[in-house]
Ligand binder design. Sequence first.
Ligand SMILES: Nc1ncnc2c1ncn2[C@@H]1O[C@H](COP(=O)(O)OP(=O)(O)OP(=O)(O)O)[C@@H](O)[C@H]1O
Ligand SMILES: [Mg+2]
Length: 206
Amino acid sequence: MFITFEGPEGCGKSTHSKRLKSYIEGKGLRVLLTFEPGGTQVGKEIRSLLLKPESVLDETTEVYLFAADRSEHVSKIILPALNEDKIVISDRFIDSTLAYQIGGRRLPEDLVRYLNMVSSKGLVPDLTFLLDVSPEIGLKRATQHGKADRFEQEAIDFHTRVRKSYLRIAKDDPARFVVINTDDQTIEEIQNKIRETIDAKLGDQN
Ligand SMILES: Nc1ncnc2c1ncn2[C@@H]1O[C@H](COP(=O)(O)OP(=O)(O)OP(=O)(O)O)[C@@H](O)[C@H]1O
Ligand SMILES: [Mg+2]
């Protein structure tokens, strides 16, 4: 099973993907937790180029860097783990590129979809948690422990477009997405909803 966490800055992807890993491992199942960008050796360098505020990148350069990161990630980390029958959880995947590069950067949809397809080798998650958050709350959470990265430094309009884009993507594919608004819910409340969904999914597979 391939599970992804998506959503705007500070929605709780990293928090919940880590907690879900422990929960599933508690059931005696093997889990690989990974993330984008940066889940591979080469990906670490690509991540630094993408996130450091000093990087001045053309939008097209940016989407190609995300695609390069994903190609490495899918072929070297995700597919091998799925082939070993591990449950794979990724903190960000293809939907981040759709929301940020089409919604946020306004790149042509056909270009971004094509790059996604090639870089992911056609791999689509079985289940995606979209943790929705309003930009004001998300950015406050994301930047409370350190300096804002290159995306976090974008104007509020950018983050509003990313959020709307995510919600549209989820609406178009209700079979894959579970959308949870995180504005006014505690981490525990949200994690409980995630666990209920996982219990139902794992139950279905037996
Ligand atoms: N529902 C919530 N209520 C209050 N604080 C939260 C909630 N969810 C996450 N946080 C806090 O917000 C911060 C950001 O959470 P986290 O790093 O998991 O988000 P993220 O989606 O991975 O962010 P980024 O996009 O920056 O990687 C953390 O300090 C986390 O403890
Ligand atoms: Mg994170």
